[in-house]
Design a protein around this ligand. Structure first.
Ligand code: KIV
Ligand code: ZN
Length: 505
């Protein structure tokens, strides 16, 4: 790779997935990994293989099935972690082991209870062990920005001597600012990389002060040639660097950064939607690049300007990031051919069975809603493509509530082909529906997250409902879209409970 190439290291499935309330199944992780490969990220951190059997399985499947990016797994500088990372990665086309060890006083004293000498030794041994398996080894001194720079740099130098080929400087707690970070990175570049062409300096910034993207970009000026981040900026606490913002910043401001990326920017919007849908983390409307308003012009002056010449108020073309102005509108009278034509114009290809199910859902919606636009068509299709077939299917729901009535729900389900009705009561109608479903599934499922986001605007808008439930020690997510919030909530709950049921065997 040329010196002017910026490596995009995506950690949506590792650091991104550590965000509270995200519970992706291995299938969902694989779907995201495939989309990241389509986006053409350079390195895809698929998980932390040693952290749980679920992570191990996800990393192994992605390593086996996804081609294109280098597949990475995180590993502490412990022999077991490194061996497990290798075991999970070994079937990949190309793979990387990412070894990390904290170097800040607070982490060493309070968390690791290790002396600086022990940290140095374990880091070197960790990198050496990883090198037995691959010549693509990354080392990260965790909490680098709160470490003694002399010590942190010494650990990195020794990691390079032990065989690390990428040195990644994490701003683990989002403490850096662009000016101090660039100074630190200049030192790392000079003292760790020096004139070694085979070593790449990388950054990994968190967003606690809202500076992750700014800090990452500043590091390019100090010679960093890899940036780590996650789609939609998801991740621990306030999240990680937003990959989509980095990609577009270096593309649009090539004059400032002077680096190139290999990403196919037209896949950005689709990737963002998929990650949002499967994680249940909504994308803020005004989010740069992928927000639904990123290319919307409200004021008359702006609209007038854009109609004359797009560049008056836009620095990038919506289509270059995969956003398209919504134009297609269907309604009650649209038939199979009209629906098929709309899908074709939107570039969506469905197998016949999926098409039939999506069309049935479209007709149900058309009975309730006059105009069905692209957003809704997409939501129907996406709902179809992720729906997990469980033994239990919702047939119908009837709720009663009101000022002086205890909210009651009757949920009718098809369980192994047998139709049964279950009742529940609660503080509200959604609560009552969940109570009925808990009885139906016979599961002690605690609701840990519940979100309702409108897919479109207007009183008859479709809502997307995301739930996360905890059953025992495991969490399961469910999602549904519906114009009726109570019905959608029950459908999402059923999806999550179906997953719990199938995990229990
Ligand atoms: O934020 C961090 O320090 C990390 C490392 C493990 C790279 O995620
Ligand atoms: Zn991190």
């Amino acid at each position: 790779m040329s010196n002017d190439r910026l490596i995009i290291f995506d950690t949506t499935l590792r650091d991104g997935e550590q965000a509270p309330g995200i519970a992706l199944t291995p299938d969902e992780k694989l779907a995201i990994a495939r989309q990241l490969a389509k986006l053409r990220v350079d390195v895809l951190e698929a998980g932390f293989a040693a952290s749980s059997p679920g992570d191990f399985e996800a990393v192994s499947r992605i390593a086996r099935e996804v081609r294109g990016p280098v597949i990475a797994s995180l590993a502490r500088a412990h022999p077991d972690d490194i061996d497990q990372a290798y075991d999970a990665l070994k079937e990949a086309e190309r793979f990387r082991i990412h070894v990390f060890m904290s170097t800040s006083p607070i982490h060493m004293e309070k968390m690791l209870r290790m002396t600086p000498e022990e940290v140095l030794k374990a880091s070197v041994e960790g990198v050496r062990r990883a090198r037995r398996y691959t010549d693509d080894v990354e080392f990260s001194p965790q909490d680098a920005t709160r470490s003694d720079p002399d010590f942190m740099i010494e650990v990195c130098r020794r990691a390079v001597e032990a065989g690390a080929t990428t040195i990644n400087i994490p701003d683990t707690v989002g403490y850096a600012t662009p000016s101090d970070f660039v100074e630190l990175m200049k030192r790392v570049y000079a003292e760790v990389k020096g004139d070694r062409d085979d070593v790449v300096i990388s950054v990994h910034c968190h967003n606690d002060l809202g500076l992750a993207v700014a800090n990452s970009l500043s590091a390019i000026h100090a010679g960093a040639r890899q940036i780590e981040g996650a789609i939609n900026g998801i991740g621990e606490r306030a999240g990680n660097t937003s990959i989509e913002e980095i990609i577009m910043a270096v593309k649009i401001r090539q004059d400032v950064f002077g680096v190139e990326v290999g990403a196919d920017t037209r896949e950005l919007f689709e990737t963002s939607r998929l990650v949002s849908r499967l994680t249940g983390y909504p994308v803020q409307y005004n989010k740069a690049v992928v927000g639904r308003n990123a290319f919307a012009h409200e004021s008359g002056i702006h609209q007038h300007g854009v109609l004359r010449a797009r560049e008056t108020y836009e620095i990038m073309d919506a289509e270059s990031v995969g956003q398209r102005p919504a134009q297609i509108v269907l309604g009650k009278h649209s038939g199979r051919a009209g629906f098929a034509d709309a899908l074709q114009r939107m570039g969506i290809v469905l197998e016949e069975e999926s098409f039939n199910r999506a069309f049935a859902k479209f007709k149900q919606l058309a009975d309730r809603k006059v105009h069905i636009g692209e957003e809704e068509i997409r939501a129907i299709v996406e709902d179809e493509s992720v729906s997990v077939e469980g033994a239990v299917q919702m047939v119908g729901i009837h709720v009663e509530g009101g000022h002086d009535v205890t909210p009651t729900a009757e949920v009718t389900l098809s369980i192994n082909g047998k139709v049964e009705t279950f009742r529940g009561q609660g503080d509200g109608m959604v609560h009552a529906a969940f109570a009925a479903l808990r009885t139906a599934f016979g599961l002690d499922a605690r609701l840990v997250d519940y979100r309702v986001v409108p897919v479109t605007s207007g009183a008859d808008a479709m809502a997307e409902v995301n739930v996360v439930v905890r059953v025992g020690d495991d969490t399961f997510a469910g999602r549904a879209i519906n114009t009726d919030v109570v019905e959608g909530s029950a459908e999402a709950f059923v999806e999550a409970l179906n997953k719990a049921r199938s995990a229990a065997g």
